[in-house]
Design a protein around this ligand. Structure first.
Ligand SMILES: [Zn+2]
Length: 46
């Protein structure tokens, strides 16, 4: 299970956009070539 690099909480996989979502930080981590980009400054906020 992957953890959010910011809050260390569990991430939720969203298959619709192929991304990992942290509901606590409201950040979306993109997945590129099956590798999640676990960098807070690269994440998208929502
Ligand atoms: Zn988080």
């Amino acid at each position: 299970m992957l953890a959010c690099p910011q809050c260390k909480g569990a991430l939720r996989y969203e298959s619709e956009r192929d991304s990992l979502v942290c509901d606590r930080c409201r950040l979306i981590y993109a997945v590129k070539d099956d590798i999640p980009i676990m960098v807070v400054k690269e994440a998208e906020s929502f």
